[in-house]
Design a protein around this ligand. Structure first.
Ligand code: CP
Length: 345
């Protein structure tokens, strides 16, 4: 594996091998496996879990890391092609990224969606431009429309919880005062489709996931099902809470921007305000079983997206999810940076 950019770049068997590696490294630590290796981390946007789990994973494998957060002690980085840099930004990624890559053995980049142009964000224009400047193993730490590290950790969590591979996963929209990116919902649908799950997307009108995200997940579902000789995962959308929650094994809550008014700040804010009551509480689970679990990638706004009692109650596995970012990250780093076997002649 040279790059970890998108679960879609891997076969189901390759994802399962990464999950097995994560479990093995958790059981039997290898504190010298990546001794002398360096991970560079470029965070164009804030983080808690991704940053800390990457650094902890690298340290647990014997390697080290450095972190660059442009504008916070380091130069701000311009990403626009052809920009006239006569403002406050001192350096362009065209110089900055190759410099950073030259200091490390692998580089992780977080660069969120601009949230203005849906096609540009879905096409990963900004992340792709950055990736082209890196000649080292590269990890996507959340791009405009993807978060593969989160998805890998979530798959691990689902397995550990005994959620059936063909079980029902509800991806539920929740309110947030700002239009958040599509990265986690897109990655979650894709992960669940590769896993073989029955996926229901529960969202208010105006918040349907874009067709390219759904088509990509359906293609993955078909390919994975064909490889296994089983029926493919299904992906449906509804605004009906009772219908969605009926028979659910797990509810994955996430806030995301409206897709009808994407990039139109005022219209999107009005649509989100109209759905302000989409703050999940126990009442939402009336049609679900007591065993139905609650997931969220965090950070979450308490009593805005999810009520205290639900987050603190027995359904919630958000801490387990967050912990699993560590072994999942260890597996990705090990796979990217492990010493290659040399052939002696
Ligand atoms: N879930 C997640 O990526 O968390 P952070 O934004 O804190 O890294």
């Amino acid at each position: 594996m040279q790059r970890f950019i998108d679960l879609a770049d891997l076969s189901r068997a390759e994802v399962l091998a990464l999950l097995a590696l994560a479990a093995r490294l958790e059981r039997a630590p290898q504190p010298q496996a990546l001794a002398g290796r360096i991970l560079g981390l470029l965070f164009m946007n804030p983080s808690l879990r991704t940053l800390a789990s990457c650094q902890a994973a690298m340290a647990r494998l014997g390697g080290s890391s450095f972190v660059i957060t442009p504008g916070a002690g380091t130069w701000q980085l311009e990403t626009r092609e052809g920009a006239v840099m006569d403002g406050g930004v001192a350096e362009h990624i065209r110089e900055g990224l190759p410099v950073l890559a030259s200091y490390c053995d692998a580089l992780g980049i977080r660069s969120f969606a601009d949230g203005k142009d849906l096609a540009a964000d879905l096409g990963e224009q900004k992340f792709s431009a950055m990736a082209r400047l890196v000649d080292k193993p590269l990890i996507n730490l959340e791009s405009a429309a993807n978060h593969p590290c989160q998805a890998l950790a979530d798959w691990k969590t689902l397995d550990e919880l005994g959620i059936p591979p063909t079980g029902k996963l509800v991806l539920s929209w929740a309110y947030h005062p700002r239009p958040l990116p599509l990265a986690v919902p897109a990655a979650t649908v894709h992960m669940a489709a590769m896993r073989g799950m029955q996926v229901t997307i529960l969202r208010p009108e105006g918040f349907a996931l874009p067709t390219p995200i759904l088509e990509k997940a359906r293609r993955a579902a078909a390919a994975c099902a064909q490889a296994q000789g089983v029926a493919p995962a299904t992906i449906e959308e509804t605004s009906d809470v009772r219908e969605a929650m009926s028979g659910a094994h797990v509810v994955y809550v996430k806030e995301w921007a409206g897709t009808t008014h994407y990039g139109d700040e005022a219209a999107d804010a009005a649509a989100r305000r109209a759905a302000r009551h989409w703050c999940l509480n126990e009442d939402w689970f009336a049609a679900a079983s007591p065993q139905c679990r609650l997931m969220h990638c965090l950070p979450v706004r308490r009593n805005v997206a999810i009520a205290d009692a639900l987050l603190d109650g027995p359904r919630s596995v958000v801490q387990r999810q967050a912990y699993n970012r560590l072994p999942a990250q260890m597996a990705v780093l090990y796979e990217l940076l492990k010493p290659r076997e040399t052939v002696s002649r």
